[in-house]
Ligand binder design. Structure first.
Ligand code: FAD
Length: 378
């Protein structure tokens, strides 16, 4: 039997850890470099959604097919209360979960912690506090976002509110994005996801607090600030020879609403498998057929969304039929279509380069200095 090949991976986020597990499943040695002292330190215990609408099948089944266990906390969400800019309410429901609520961070039960445990149990080696500057022998680059196309900013808090999922769409609260409030078992995450005017993030957060106080009696105890960035660039290629880019390092994000976890796991696993089986070009095929068409569709949907404005948001929400299944509706709108592809190319040709991450000295969420962030939970 030949010696095991060492496949190097930079970044121990969902993409890098999924890559490591795929490498181990193919019988090769996975060596992961992580620049931080632990996994999940980019996050702070916030709730995030593992989306379950882009395919008809359940995301948890897809993860199992990639060799990823779902032994992290994941709460199925079937109901979301949404608000239009005027505060009009529409409750949307789905028979199958729209998404699964997960927590991000370094603590037990978080997605990141569970993936780390799985990768270690599979025999992967993770070197913490070890930034990788380059991978001379090839490998998987899974280092997360490289620039800020959108930012998320808000608060984590304790609360005595009942569980609930709330979304508000309004240019006054979150330009070109949305504000969200996620409550589960006495823990809350309130944030705005904005796609422009990053400098005024605090104003949007404060307005959103006021909005949710008025409409759902938001009650925050022990609030801690948090935030982060998202990268939505759709590169022409995700491979440079034997170096494969995965997760947000490859721009693998949902450009419409910023749901990147599923894409990170999917691309990471595909990249790891392709390298471990000695067939890196296989990754191009996965990207071309499974990833890119959905990303182009999401980018086209974003273009449409950005042209709606407050009136358009209200109109769209009003038009949504009471009693309809929102997951079915979202699934249809995410399905690749020729006209969405055409729209994507039109939108891409008009695209203005987003602001890059900037000053080491400021405390904006989007510069990534992270000085104002709350520490990860114990
Ligand atoms: C506040 C916030 C809320 C979000 N909400 C959602 C949501 O609800 N649903 C959803 O699906 N997505 C959400 N996202 C996006 C999602 O979290 C990311 O898309 C996902 O984590 C990307 O995974 P990744 O593995 O590509 O990158 P990351 O999770 O960023 O992991 C990259 C890792 O690489 C490490 N690293 C970086 N550079 C180096 C280097 N040179 N050497 C070694 N290691 C390095 C980093 O320390 C990090 O651990 C959110 C993002 C933010 C910021």
């Amino acid at each position: 039997m030949g010696a095991k090949q060492v496949i190097e991976i930079s970044g121990a986020g969902p993409a890098g850890l999924a890559a490591a597990m795929a490498v181990r499943a193919a019988g090769q040695h996975a060596l992961v470099y992580e620049k931080r002292a632990d996994v999940g330190t980019r996050f702070h215990g916030d709730f995030q959604g593992l989306e379950n609408w882009t395919t008809q099948g359940d995301v948890l089944v897809e993860l199992a097919s990639l060799g990823i266990n779902t032994d992290f906390e994941h709460i199925p969400i079937h109901k979301v209360v949404s608000f239009d800019p005027a505060g009009a309410i529409k409750t949307v429901r789905s028979e199958l979960p729209m998404f699964y609520l997960v927590r991000r961070g370094s603590h037990p039960g978080s997605l990141d912690y569970a993936l780390k445990d799985q990768a270690l149990a599979a025999g992967a080696e993770i070197r913490f506090s070890s930034p990788a500057s380059h991978l001379p022998n090839g490998g998987v680059v899974a280092e997360g976002p490289r620039r800020a196309d959108a930012i998320v900013a808000g608060y984590l808090f304790d609360t005595d509110m009942a569980d609930g999922i709330y979304v508000a769409i309004s240019e006054e609260l979150a330009p070109l994005g949305y504000a969200y409030l996620l409550i589960n078992q006495g823990l809350g995450t309130l944030a705005v996801c904005v796609f422009k005017d990053f400098h005024n993030e605090r104003i949007y957060v404060e307005r959103s607090i006021g909005f949710f106080e008025k409409h759902v009696s938001l009650h925050m105890l022990n609030p801690r600030r948090f935030g982060g960035t998202g990268n939505f660039s759709l590169p022409q290629s995700v491979r440079k020879g034997n170096i494969l880019y995965a997760g947000e390092a490859a721009g693998s994000q949902d450009p419409l609403f910023g749901f990147g976890i599923r894409w990170a796991l999917l691309t990471g696993a595909a990249a790891g498998r392709a390298l471990a089986t000695g067939n890196p070009s296989q990754y191009d095929q996965v990207f071309k057929h499974r990833i890119r068409p959905y990303q182009q569709t999401a980018a086209a949907n974003r273009w449409l969304y950005e042209h709606l404005g407050n009136r358009g948001y209200s109109f769209a929400l009003r038009r949504f039929p009471d009693g309809g299944d929102v997951r079915d509706r979202m699934n249809r709108s995410c399905a690749p279509r020729w006209w969405k592809r055409a729209l994507y190319h039109l939108a891409a040709s008009q695209r203005v380069e987003p602001i890059l991450d900037l000053h080491a000295d400021c405390d904006c969420t989007w510069c990534r200095c992270e000085r104002h962030m709350s520490p990860p939970p114990a």
